[in-house]
Ligand binder design. Structure first.
Ligand code: MN
Ligand code: MN
Length: 460
């Protein structure tokens, strides 16, 4: 059964709403190129809409809006519902980390009159895509005295940018014969940051270019070389998202995976009016691209702890009630899907592919080969979702991540399913996923936002 292209049924009102939404999304995407920046942006938006710090609350009532920030890298936004929490929450969950290169702990060196930052890539990337691009540095440096220095270099028009060089084609005969996975190797992802020796450097100075870079870091940020030991600096594509296509139907940007779903979730929860039937949660998690590990990844316990805190504030907490609440939840694990690409048609199965412009996509299963690593959603739950979507007039499609046996991928769905709750993957189709610049359709962003809003307000 083929799903319709959403653009064909849009009237003027839809097109105007979709353009306005796309502008807000692009501003969010440009302001949040790291998980920390995303949490900061999301919090700013949430506070402006009346969300208050859960840690300061002493009780809650239906309709209350509360946030719980986890280490500045994960975020939960709750809207308290009328029903007891043991009836479960309606949850939309996305991740806000994206593939990139992380600066190593001991990164700065000089070689043959150029200064470099050594990196270790994060998430699944085609390394060859990350060379010859203007790149920016985003992150924090934690000083020994507890101060946290914010770094953003390469985003203002008159900022310098950095980057990784590639071999000129004239000398690349051997390189061009290599497999794509080793054309550029991990240890070659060295970011050029300077090429000008320090003026009046001592003749005995063996690394005058590096010395000049250190002098700049000292002057601008009060950072010493040793401070890299306690820094998190991410190397990401420099520059802003843009409208894509002569018809402006798409957006090209860094980090659509998974900030497009994260933003759709934010708009959905902000759009709730008053007190919903069930308590709603917008969950933004970190570290999905490396297996949802660490204290800010979905495998950590901050989510269930926050639900326990909320039940306690409602005066209705016990260990048993918490377990009942978690098991009774309904969740959309909102993550991007592989957009069908006619240029690589052989990797997709056309009846079960996600097409740009055909609306929000539901994935019953993800995973690889025999669905390994998948969350296989229950048919009964999908039936209930179809009803919510159709009643609201949401354009949706269903898909798998490529052909059986071609590859696969995972999300946070299987982790939340461990509580016994109903979960399904649902998201926006992306072209060039995990490339420095990814592409989505504005129509799919619009439908995802509508789908998540309908789910939060209406799913039973
Ligand atoms: Mn993802
Ligand atoms: Mn991903």
């Amino acid at each position: 059964m083929e799903r319709k292209n959403a653009w064909k049924i849009y009237g003027d009102a839809d097109c105007a709403a979709l353009e306005a939404l796309s502008k807000r999304y692009r501003a969010f995407l440009d302001a949040g190129k790291t998980e920390r920046e995303c949490v900061r942006e999301a919090l700013k938006l949430a506070k402006a809409r009346g969300f208050e710090d859960m840690r300061r609350a002493t009780s809650v009532r239906p309709g209350d809006r509360l946030y719980m920030d986890w280490m500045g890298k994960a975020l939960m936004l709750f809207v308290v519902g009328k029903a007891p929490m043991t009836e479960g929450l309606n949850i939309v969950g996305a991740h806000i980390d994206s593939p990139r290169m992380d600066v190593k702990q001991n990164p700065l060196y000089e070689e043959d009159d150029l200064a470099y930052l050594d990196t270790h890539y994060y998430g699944g990337i085609k390394k060859y895509q990350w060379v010859t691009l203007p790149l920016a540095l985003h992150g924090v440096v934690a000083k020994k005295d507890g101060a946290l220095v914010d770094i953003v270099i390469g985003e203002d028009d008159d900022d310098p940018v950095v980057g990784v060089s590639d071999l000129l084609i004239h000398l690349a005969a051997e390189q061009m014969g290599k497999k794509a996975s080793v054309v550029i190797e991990g240890e070659q992802l060295n970011v050029i940051v300077g090429g000008r020796p320090q003026k009046d450097a001592d003749e005995k100075e063996k690394a005058p270019v590096k010395a000049a870079i250190l002098a700049i870091l000292k002057e601008k940020y009060d950072i010493e070389e040793e401070d890299f030991l306690s820094a998190e600096i991410e190397v990401v594509p420099a520059g802003r998202s843009r409208d894509f296509g002569l018809d402006r139907s798409m957006i090209i940007g860094y980090g659509h995976d998974d900030r497009v779903c994260a933003y759709a979730q934010l708009e959905a929860i902000f759009g709730l009016e008053g007190a919903p039937e069930h308590t709603c949660l917008c969950l933004l998690s970190d570290k999905e691209e490396i297996g949802s590990v660490g204290a800010t990844g979905m495998q950590a316990r901050y989510f269930e702890n926050a639900v326990a805190e909320l039940m306690n504030l409602a005066g209705d907490y016990s260990e048993l009630k918490l377990r009942r609440a978690l098991a009774a939840c309904r969740m959309l694990s909102c993550d991007v899907s592989a957009g069908y690409d006619p240029n690589f048609a052989s990797c997709f199965e056309k009846k079960n592919a996600a097409y740009l412009g055909r609306g929000v996509c539901f994935n019953k299963f993800t995973g690889s080969r025999g669905k390994s690593g998948s969350n296989d959603a229950n048919a009964e739950f999908i039936g209930r979702l179809r009803r919510v979507m159709d009643d609201t007039g949401v354009n949706f499609q269903t898909a798998e991540l490529g052909k059986v046996d071609v590859g696969g991928g995972g999300t946070i769905a299987y982790i939340c399913a461990l509580y016994g709750m109903e979960v399904i993957d649902s998201g926006v189709a992306v072209l060039s996923m995990h490339a420095p610049w990814e592409i989505i359709s504005k129509a799919d962003l619009y439908e995802a936002t509508r789908a998540y809003a309908a789910f939060l307000a209406k799913c039973r």
